[in-house]
Ligand binder design. Structure first.
Ligand code: HEC
Length: 273
C-alpha cells in the first residue's frame, strides 16, 4: 500500500514537470530556426552578430533600449568582436543624457564606450504615449525572458527558444482571422506569436532592404530577423562560448578522473578475495 502511495506521488510529480509552463492563451509555439549557437558545441557566427547589431541600431533602437549592454561589450571576445575604434565610433553616434553639472542642469553629450545603450524616450510615459499606450521593453535580456516553446522536457532538450521567439514575433505578422478582424483594437497588429495575446502594439518593424549589410548579405526580412535574434541571444548571454568551453573541459577532466579512479580501485582490490 505504502509503495503504491509513493508511486502515485512520484507519477503526479512527473506529470507536473511535464505540464507546459504558462503561455498566453493560444500563443503559437515559435518557429524553429536552428541557430549556429544551439547545442553543446554551438558558437555564435561573428558575421551574423555584426549584421544583427546593425539591424538593432538602425531599426530597433528607435524604440527599444538595451540597458544591460555597454557599447564596449561589442568588442568583447565571444561577441560581435568589433574593433575598439569601431566601438568608439558606434558610441559617438548615440546622444547620452548626463548631469547634473555644477549649475544643477542635465546636459547631453556624445556616448562613450562605457555607456549603455540608452532608451530613445525620456521615460516610460513618453515611450507609451509614442507607441499608442504599449511599452517597448528593454531588449538586453528578452531572449532569456520569453520562451519560444513550452514543456519542461522539451525545454531541457531544446533550450527555452528565446531567439526563436524574437524571430517569430518579427516575422509573424498576419491578417487576422475573419472572426477576429472586427474586434481589432486601434493601432494594434495581429501576431499569433506574441506572448501577451494576439494583438501587438509594435507595428511590423522590418521590410526588405531596410538596412544595407556591409558584408553584402541581402537584407530580406527573414535574414534581418534571424540576425537580430542571434544578436539578442548574445546580449542575453555574452559569455556563452566561454561557458560551453569550460563545460567541455570539465567533462574531459571528470572522464580522466573516473578512469584513474577505476584503475586504482582495480589495483587495490586485485588480490583481495
Ligand atoms: C516603432 C517602435 C518600435 C520599433 C522600431 C521596434 N519595436 Fe519592438 N516593440 C515596440 C512596442 C511598443 C512593443 C510592445 C508591444 C505590446 O506590448 O503590445 C514591442 C514589442 C517587441 C517585442 C515583444 C516583447 C515581449 O514582451 O514579448 C519584441 C521581441 C520586439 N519588440 C523586438 C523588436 C526588434 C528586434 C526590433 C527591431 C527589428 C523592434 N522590436 C522594433 C515598439 C517597437
Amino acid at each position: 500500500m505504502k509503495l503504491l502511495n509513493t508511486l502515485g506521488i512520484a507519477i503526479a510529480g512527473l506529470m507536473l514537470l511535464a505540464a507546459p509552463v504558462s503561455a498566453a492563451e493560444g500563443q503559437m509555439p515559435s518557429k524553429d530556426i536552428g541557430f549556429s549557437f544551439e547545442g553543446a558545441f554551438g558558437k555564435f557566427d561573428r558575421g551574423q552578430l555584426q549584421r544583427g547589431y546593425k539591424v538593432y541600431k538602425e531599426v530597433c533602437a528607435a524604440c527599444h533600449s538595451m540597458h544591460y549592454v555597454s557599447f564596449r561589450n561589442l568588442s568583447d571576445k565571444g561577441g560581435p568582436e568589433f574593433t575598439e575604434e569601431q566601438v568608439k565610433a558606434v558610441a559617438a553616434t548615440f546622444t547620452m543624457q548626463d548631469g547634473p553639472n555644477d549649475a544643477g542642469d542635465m546636459f547631453e553629450r556624445p556616448g562613450l564606450p562605457s555607456d549603455k545603450f540608452p532608451s530613445p524616450f525620456a521615460n516610460e510615459q513618453a515611450a507609451r504615449s509614442a507607441n499608442g499606450g504599449a511599452y517597448p521593453p528593454d531588449l538586453s535580456l528578452i531572449t532569456k525572458f520569453r520562451p519560444g516553446w513550452f514543456g519542461t522536457f522539451n525545454q531541457l532538450i531544446n533550450g527555452i527558444g528565446g531567439p526563436n521567439y524574437v524571430y517569430s514575433v518579427l516575422t509573424g505578422y498576419e491578417d487576422p482571422p475573419a472572426e477576429l478582424a472586427a474586434e481589432a483594437p486601434e493601432g494594434k497588429s495581429y501576431n499569433p506569436y506574441f506572448a501577451n495575446g494576439h494583438w501587438i502594439g509594435m507595428p511590423m518593424p522590418l521590410s526588405d532592404d531596410q538596412v544595407t549589410f556591409d558584408d553584402g548579405t541581402k537584407a530580406t526580412v527573414d535574414q534581418m530577423a534571424k540576425d537580430v535574434s542571434a544578436f539578442l541571444a548574445w546580449t542575453a548571454e555574452p559569455k556563452m562560448e566561454e561557458r560551453k568551453r569550460t563545460g567541455f573541459m570539465v567533462m574531459i577532466y571528470l572522464g580522466v578522473l573516473a578512469l584513474l579512479l577505476y584503475l586504482v580501485k582495480k589495483k587495490i582490490w586485485a588480490n583481495a578475495h
